[in-house]
Write a protein that binds this ligand. Structure first.
Ligand code: CTP
Length: 398
């Protein structure tokens, strides 16, 4: 999505400038054309030459350089996105006042397209009512903001608010902003992911091989398309995607409860979780001793979450299920689509190499209620997530 996009990175004078070098590098690696604009203060922290080497383009520092007279207006109009990182308390104050006393503020004054601010400052400056008022005012005027976060500041190791967001986080927010308003923008999306597990005793479990990767990729991709995302996840060791609200669950009963609470609010539910279908009829409160011979376990069925919560569905919402099959995948998937009252089902075959659980790739077929069938060939789970969301967005548009 960054290829040939034009991004202006404005840098004001704070110690977080060193992280902006990585941000510029990541943008260039992703294919963006990056123009860096430094305030006088920023150039005291990181020399323009560093940004010139990283962006491969001349760096702008002053309104008064000969031959660049209208550059601030050209950049304000032409850039797809302006990111200000770090945005210091002083830069934020000047911006809120509509001042144009250097190249970066005149550029921002002339800008009508999207701007993302990544504030960074000392915690007392951030807490100052003037800074708070300025940030609130700018938010009201349509400036987007990422951070600041709580963490160690330059003055010492104690955790305080004011730290600039990491380059990867700024990049994720920038991608969401650049993508603009699509059909998923502003919708409430619930994604379930991973396995559930049922205790045989305090140390042994009944569970399955689900890694959660497909669900996490869907949550990440939906947030980047502008959705408000709730990720309800079973036990997996994956990093929480940027911007996504996480709720942890353990058993199928926990997952049922979480979906029950969320479903009335959801515009879209994607059930990518693989709940344990059976649980021990009796879970021992203490570890079962090893004994000679066979162990007989009696298992009982867990509730079907889609069916149990169907009546809570928000009118006009979409429900998407998954079906992991081991043969006759399309026929079995179509039967499941009907039986579970789904709008769309994502079918994959666990027997195919590169598809299903525990791998980073997938190959799926999407089936809808009108008999439609879309095949997404083998690709990374993130690319498959985008393919699934393209089909969902098309369905939302009708
Ligand atoms: N699902 C659910 N509740 C369960 C089990 C599964 O809501 N207790 C959801 C899954 O998240 C998935 C869909 O139902 O979106 C199909 O899951 P799958 O395991 O393929 O179907 P089952 O109903 O378990 O059918 P079977 O095991 O017979 O294939």
């Amino acid at each position: 999505m960054w290829v040939d996009r034009h991004v202006v990175v404005g840098v004001s004078g704070g110690i977080a400038c060193y992280k902006t070098c990585t941000l510029v590098r990541r943008l260039v690696e992703a294919g963006a054309r990056v123009d860096v604009v430094l305030t006088e203060g920023a150039a005291e922290f990181v020399r323009p030459l560093t940004f010139e080497a990283l962006s491969g383009r001349p760096v702008l520092t002053s309104l008064w350089t000969r031959g660049t007279a209208l550059d601030h207006l050209r950049l304000a109009q032409q850039a797809d996105l302006v990111v200000v990182a770090p945005a210091t308390a002083h830069l934020i104050a000047r911006l809120a006042q509509g001042m144009g006393d250097d190249l970066l503020t005149t550029l921002l004054l002339a800008r009508s397209g999207p701007v993302l601010l990544a504030p960074a400052m000392n915690d007392a400056m951030y807490a100052n009512p003037a800074t708070r008022a300025n940030l609130a005012f700018l938010a009201g005027r349509g400036f987007s903001q990422v951070g600041p976060e709580i963490g160690p500041l330059a003055e010492g190791p104690s955790e305080r608010p004011g730290r600039m967001s990491e380059p990867e986080t700024i990049l994720a927010h920038a991608a969401r902003l650049l993508r603009g308003r699509g059909p998923l923008s502003g919708l409430r999306v619930g994604v379930t992911a991973g396995p559930t597990r049922e205790a045989i005793d305090p140390v042994r479990l009944v569970t399955n091989r689900s890694s959660g990767k497909m669900g996490y990729a869907l949550a990440e991709a939906a947030w980047q398309r502008g959705a408000e995302v709730l990720l309800i996840s079973g036990p997996v060791g994956l990093a929480v995607p940027c911007g996504v609200t996480l709720r942890h669950v353990d058993t199928t009963a926990d997952l049922l409860q979480a979906v029950r609470e969320a479903r009335p609010e959801l515009d879209l539910l994607i059930m990518a979780a693989a709940p344990a279908d059976y649980r021990p009829a009796e879970s021992s409160p203490v570890k079962r001793p090893r004994q000679g011979g066979a162990l007989q376990l009696s298992l009982e069925a867990t509730p079907d979450i889609l069916l149990e919560t169907a009546s809570l569905r928000k009118p006009g919402s979409l429900t998407v299920g998954f079906a992991l099959e081991t043969g006759a995948a399309v026929a079995r998937g179509r039967a499941k689509l009907e039986r579970k009252g789904l709008d769309l089902i994502v079918v994959n075959d666990a027997m195919e190499p590169g598809a299903g659980f525990e791998v980073d790739t997938n190959r799926v077929i999407l089936l809808d209620r009108k008999g439609g069938e879309v095949e997404l060939p083998l690709a990374s789970k993130r690319a498959i997530a985008d393919g699934i969301l393209d089909v969902i967005e098309a369905a939302l548009g009708h």
